[in-house]
Design a protein around this ligand. Sequence first.
Ligand code: BJW
Ligand code: ZN
Length: 239
Amino acid sequence: MSSIDDARRLVAEASSIAVLTGAGISAESGIPTFRGAGGMWGNFRAEDLATTEAFARDPKFVWEWYQSRRVEIARCEPNAGHRALVAIEEQADEFTLITQNVDGLHDRAGSKRVLKIHGDIWMTRCLGCGYQRINRDLEMELPPKCGECSGMVRPGVVWFGETLPRIVWEEAERAVNRCDLLLVVGTSAQVYPAAGLIDLARHVGASVLEVNLDATAYSNAVDCSVRGKAAEVLPLLVA
Ligand code: BJW
Ligand code: ZN
């Protein structure tokens, strides 16, 4: 564990900052995490439902899970942690926010340079013709059908076994390659290749600062690990 003073110094001294966020940053907004205490959406594990196999088996069931999450997310607001990252972006010479979250709360808080490496729960994509669009309909019939070709429509997110959107992922790697600080917030760092960005940062000699309620597999390997709620700790890091 490290002190808030160490963490503040790392942020103040960095000129190129990359941030990797996970579900923990949205916990204070009322959105459940996937794993750990308070984890799981209802009785469901991401490993069971966030797969192409689960969708092929029962698209209606998987869609009902996503729609219940969309309804819940629509009721939530960005919190002080999301807003602190907006302030850090405004102060940094160079800044990239890489998020594993699909909830869109970084956008709603006002972050500008956001890379959504696991997609966006408000996007849908047709499996027939590939047509993608923003779709905020909370009352559509499930599973939805494509307006262009009547094909099966899926959530615009990245499931286990699928590759990440290539251009977005390459941007994320570039940002970490040139950063001097990687700030890792509210992720269990168990899902790859996202967690590999922490290894990449260490490999290129950047400092790594972790903010998490609990210890993770990376806590002992990073330069500074602050235990606490993102919504309470991140505002303390703003100059
Ligand atoms: C707080 C807090 C508060 C709580 N304040 N903190 C290498 C090794 C092993 C396996 C693999 C590997 N490479 C690839 C794999 C397979 C797989 C994988 O990683 N599996 C592991 C589980 C073992 N990866 C993939 O399949 C990826 N694709 C891929 O690798 O493609 C190449 C390929 C293709 C084909 C074959 C082989 C390779 C894709 C991964 C996609 C992940 N998708 C999901 C669902 C997205 C859509 C949706 O939302 O439904 O993404 S799964 C889920 O986990 C979601 C999240 O983004 C992701 C990460 O979770 P996150 O954010 O870390 O949340 P939690 O809940 O785990 O942690 C919360 C943390 O917050 C905790 O630490 C708390 O303590 C903390 N916290 N409150 C601060 N208030
Ligand atoms: Zn279509």
